[in-house]
Ligand binder design. Structure first.
Ligand code: PMP
Ligand code: GLU
Length: 404
């Protein structure tokens, strides 16, 4: 069968789905590196640190102790208890272990919640710029994404007034990440309380708060969880995990904390699709949540320093408009100054062209802003060694100097 004919046999929902641009760029970068090119890969958002030793030891012990069988669908009781303790300690959120469901990464947790809450035609308000998978998860549930743009001038953050204007009788979920991927923006307690005041008025609306970058926050005020506001508690689904804060992307542990009926819905879905997540990784995650915070604090300090390094260097590039990320590990410059320009061979029309051109010309992999709902920008991960970051920005600066 020809490739075209085969494609049409895929289910419509898969044909309609966009490929994850973060993962697609990362795959392309790997392929170029395998061909022998000196690629600097700043496309995937992933800590360049190793998982702390005490967490690895807990995983080894779990193997030796015989945790080789299926785990309970919602996660081992000691992990759910560790997460409940963490939420109380760090986030001022008071949920019992029965309100927590552990899944295969925060990505899986988010996808589960969307499947569990969104009916066809329901509206999901997404604060843009947003992480690439949000809109596609909504599409898979046959929901309708309603995108609200955070203005560059407001550090890419959406305001309560914008949210108020976007809510309709069909709104089911509002979702956002703070600290944000791709912009690094952090919503302050004041901003989240203003947003919460709007949501309080709309009883049928649920809030999906993605806090996966919680521990990578450079503000003095620190992290604030909207789920800690009593009036909204039953309507907030807090999502987090171990990937970013503990440098555990490959271990694949995420969780939700939510009202019991939502947690039960997620458990039911998971029971038919994936079952309980990896037993060894759960034991490692238990050690992470119960263990010392110092490794996460040290890593966050490194990301902060690199933020300063990269933002400083990017600001020096002609035409780049750069915000100062307050968390996470990305820089998100607006590069639209170069749209319509050419190096004599390639015309750069948009951020996809820019990002592809940069990879093929300078072997620096980034991700186009288009997939994040911000078509003027590109995303550069700052989770890499200082020398790699310096070399990458040097290559970018030299490359754009050829655009006329
Ligand atoms: N939310 C955001 C905003 C992310 O950037 C990511 C990617 N790490 C995730 C969720 C998913 O994290 P995990 O690796 O735990 O699936
Ligand atoms: N969240 C990371 C990123 O944005 C990992 C890749 C992904 O799952 O999209 O790059």
């Amino acid at each position: 069968m020809s490739a075209v004919a085969e494609q049409t046999r895929l289910a419509d929902r898969i044909n309609a789905l966009e490929e994850s641009s973060t993962l697609a760029m990362t795959k392309m970068a790997r392929e170029l590196a395998a061909q022998g090119h000196k690629v600097i890969s700043l496309s995937v958002g992933e800590p360049d640190f190793k998982t702390p030793a005490h967490i690895c030891e807990a995983a080894k012990k779990a193997i030796d102790d015989g945790f080789h069988g299926y785990s309970p669908v919602a996660g081992y009781p000691d992990l759910r208890k560790a997460i409940a303790d963490k939420l109380k300690r760090d986030n001022n959120i008071d949920w019992k272990p029965e309100n927590i469901v552990v899944s295969t990464g925060a990505k899986h947790s988010l996808a589960n919640v969307i499947q569990v809450l969104v009916n066809p035609g329901d509206e999901v308000v997404i604060f843009a710029p947003y992480w690439v998978s949000y809109s596609e998860m909504v599409k898979l549930a046959e929901g309708k994404s309603v995108i609200i743009d955070g203005a560059f001038e407001n550090d890419f953050k959406v305001t309560a007034a914008q949210l108020e204007a976007a809510i309709t009788p069909r709104t089911k979920v509002v979702m956002y990440a703070s600290p944000n991927n791709p912009t690094g923006a952090v919503y302050s307690e004041k901003e989240l309380r203003e947003i919460a005041a709007v949501l309080e008025k709309h009883e049928g609306v649920y809030v999906l708060a993605d806090e996966i970058y919680e521990y990578i926050n450079f503000t003095e005020e620190g992290h604030f969880s909207i789920g800690s506001i009593p009036a909204l508690k039953d309507r907030v689904i807090t999502v987090n995990g171990v990937a970013k804060g503990y440098a555990m992307t490959g271990w694949r542990i995420g969780f939700i904390a939510a009202a019991k009926w939502i947690a039960d819905g997620v458990e039911k879905l998971q029971g038919q699709v994936t079952s309980g997540t990896n037993s060894i990784a759960q034991k490692a995650a238990t050690a992470a949540f119960n263990g010392p915070k110092e490794p996460s604090i040290e890593m966050a300090k490194a990301y902060h320093r690199r933020r300063d390094l990269v933002v400083g260097l990017l600001k020096d590039i002609e035409g780049f408009k750069v915000n100062v990320p307050q968390g996470a590990f990305y820089a998100f410059p607006d590069v639209s100054y170069y749209f319509g320009k050419s190096d004599g061979e390639t015309v750069i029309k948009d951020s996809d062209d820019f990002s592809n051109w940069l990879l093929n010309k300078s072997y620096v992999s980034t991700v186009a802003g288009s997939g994040f709902g911000a078509p003027n920008c590109i995303r550069i991960s700052t989770a890499a060694a200082d020398e790699a970051l310096e070399e990458a920005v040097k290559r970018i600066k030299e490359a754009v100097a050829t655009l006329k």
